[in-house]
Design a protein around this ligand. Structure first.
Ligand code: XMP
Length: 431
């Protein structure tokens, strides 16, 4: 393993990914790693002190402990003025190809690392570790159908088969065909032990008349935990809870300075009073590695490359107080948008795309008569980290076909609009 010590560089994850792409496992750890923590790490072949503009905390330059230099492995310091190592670099070259050459030399000539890290080996190792951790006991997993929980499920099914109990809660705010696809892939194709809970009515009743977006999110999150907990209590002899925690969740959680604009509460949180041991086999994978793992495990492409979908689902796209007729309009128009984006190969190009139905009507004319119905708003954005986003420029004929289909096929809709606002000022979702 190559250890990267975080001295505030923005390039830590790029570097870690680059090293893994070269077939050598790498991890990022805080600069103040203790001697004991360092000693516990498995097979460290080299250390990179990755500095940058932020390697100052509270006005003081970050200092790396002497035990790091005494670890008896090659140390490369980059953009780190306080370094005590001889082969240091002032900064990485701007060109990624040149950066890769330096990294390669360090890995293979200085550290004599072996290029043996790949997805097949990762899966084989994880299966072994999961079997060792779990033995013949049972594991519970909230399977939403999102990328991370689906990959965790596929990995656990391979490791422990029916000892894994998956619970899929349909909160009634899923996209068209989504719960069906979870059942098809996991129950029918992978023969998993899957409990399907259709809680749609229960969620819709709880949400009746609730117009405030944060309140809606809270209700959906809390109700989800309640339903999941009820299912878990019906089951006997479960000792473990599996979670789809991935590496960015861990790396970013300590450094986030972004102000909270929305609660972004992920549905599927851990019931706090439940006494489970955690199984988190994806903890060290980046998102693209999670996808590669999913493909290697045989999950369908559409599931592995699913666009991001908020935990509260269509609940935050049916604006204001949710009604069944507007929810249906969101679901149907979203399905048309997805179909047409796939036909135009925009599904592989655009980061997130969806429809919104607001809680107001406008006048229109249908079959020579005045009608008073809802608009559908289309949103299609590109972003790297969801903190800022730009608008995809969609060809007019594609927009026009989508508009025709929505107006003809979706009930209670008489107008289609395209949202041109970047983030900021707008956010990606409307609520
Ligand atoms: P905004 O609307 O804040 O969204 O620009 C940024 C990204 O976060 C997703 N999002 C959520 N995800 N629970 C989630 O799991 C939420 O409540 C939530 N709200 C927004 C949004 O879809 C976009 O990808």
């Amino acid at each position: 393993m190559i250890l990267i010590l975080d001295l505030g560089s923005d390039e830590n994850t790029v570097l870690a990914r680059m090293i893994r792409d070269l077939g050598v496992y790498s991890e990022i750890k805080p600069h103040d790693i203790t001697k004991e923590e360092l000693a516990k790490l498995d097979n460290v072949k080299g250390i990179i002190l990755n500095g940058g503009p932020l390697n100052i905390v509270d006005g003081k330059a970050i200092e790396v402990g002497d035990h790091v230099y005494a670890a008896q492995v090659p140390v490369l310091a980059v953009d780190y003025a306080k370094t005590k190592c001889a082969d240091s670099l002032a900064q990485w070259p701007a060109d990624e190809a040149e950066m890769k050459e330096i990294v390669k030399t360090f890995l293979f000539e200085k550290c004599h690392a072996e290029a043996n890290w790949n997805m097949k080996n990762f899966i084989a190792d994880q299966i072994e570790l999961i079997r060792r951790q779990v033995g013949d006991r049972k594991v519970l997993l909230a399977l939403s159908g999102g990328v991370d929980s689906s990959v965790v499920a596929a990995l656990l099914i391979k490791a422990i088969g029916k000892q894994l109990v998956c619970v899929h809660v349909n909160h009634g705010l899923m996209r068209k065909g989504e719960s069906e696809s979870v059942i098809d892939v996991f129950r029918h194709q992978m023969e998993a032990n899957l409990i399907y809970v259709d809680a749609s009515e229960r969620f819709l009743t709880k949400l009746e008349g609730v117009a405030d977006p944060e309140q809606k999110r809270k209700i959906i999150g809390a109700e989800f935990i309640r339903v999941f907990e009820e299912e878990a209590r019906k089951l006997e002899g479960i000792d473990f809870l599996a979670q789809g925690t991935i590496y960015p969740d861990i790396v970013e959680s300590g450094t986030k300075t972004a102000k909270v604009v929305k609660s972004h509460h992920n549905v599927g949180g851990l019931p706090e009073d439940m006494n489970f041991e955690l199984v988190e086999p994806l903890t060290y994978l980046f998102k693209d590695e999670v996808r590669a793992c999913g493909l290697e495990l045989g999950l369908p492409y559409e599931m592995v490359f699913r666009q991001p979908f908020p935990g509260p689902g269509l609940g935050v796209r049916c604006l204001g107080a949710i009604t069944r007729e507007r929810l249906e309009a969101v679901r149907e128009s979203d399905s048309i948008l997805r179909e047409e984006f796939a036909k135009a190969a925009l599904d592989k190009k655009v980061w997130q795309y969806f429809t919104i139905v607001p809680d107001f009507k406008s006048v229109g004319v249908k079959n020579n008569a005045r009608c008073f119905e809802y608009p559908v708003i289309i949103r299609a954005v590109n972003t790297i980290d969801a903190m800022t986003a730009s608008i995809e420029q969609i060809d007019w004929p594609v927009l026009s076909r989508i508009t025709d289909r929505i107006l003809n096929e979706v009930a209670n809709v008489n107008r289609v609009c395209y949202d041109l606002s970047p983030k900021p000022c707008a956010t990606i979702e409307w609520e």
